[in-house]
Write a protein that binds this ligand. Sequence first.
Ligand code: MF3
Ligand code: CO
Ligand code: CO
Length: 289
Amino acid sequence: MPFDADGHLIAGTISSRLAVPTQITLPPYVGQPAPPPYTGDNTYSEAEIEKIRAAGRIASRAIDAAGAAIRPGVTTDELDRIVHDYVTSHGAYPSTLGYRGYPKSCCTSVNEVICHGIPDDTILRDGDLINIDVTAYLDGFHGDLNRTFRVGEVSEEANLLIERTEEALRRGIKAVAPGREVNVIGRVIETYAKRFGYGVVRDFTGHGVGGAFHTGLIIPHYDAAPLYNDIMKPGMVFTIEPMLTLGTHEWNMWDDNWTVVTRDRSLTAQFEHTIVVREHGAEILTTSD
Ligand code: MF3
Ligand code: CO
Ligand code: CO
């Protein structure tokens, strides 16, 4: 996705598929059109939670490594290679690679791309925003997170959008408690985002994660009550990953069937963590420490 004369993104050229060392265990969906149906539930034993944390730590450190390489002039494909090499050299599989045919080891979503941007030969420019979303699969479990970065110096409105999107995630995480419906998370996020007139993306959501990349549990980022009334329970694991925009929450899909852009081409930001529900609130499983 290079840029057109108006500075908007257009699809770029995707490089050939990176190899995965043969000793790395592939998730079951690789080479399949879709993942097999997930039969487990969304609550995990302490041993399983430690495995999700181990996968999440590799994903987080891969984002640290790619984030350190962000500067004007770098391509999203170069960032993908850093993620791929980090994840595979730590014995894990980059979960997006071959997921429903997705061709790369992370998502790189620039400026008006809401989510699922495909790394390609796009050269980042001073003032761009870029989200890097990495999921790692290790010992049978996935950990999923993303962060939005600034390329060089960004506009004040872009800077605030990034800060407030991260704050929206923090507030969503703080709303987690056993006995509550999962729709409280989106209520808190939407209430905060609306203070600033931001668009709150509705059609892409948080999700159960762990024994599968997407387990079927949905975590909306808007106030969906009375829908999405699953009750949070200790040991439950899911992502929270709000996408906020400077304009509309409506979107268009590119012809690649992956890249989701704001319909009005307004800037958008996202932050994501995988969390486990504890007696006293959420614990984040996707940190670098
Ligand atoms: N990691 C993304 C999420 O947060 C999913 C990416 S799926 C892909 O759910 F196929 F687009 F990579
Ligand atoms: Co996710
Ligand atoms: Co993700």
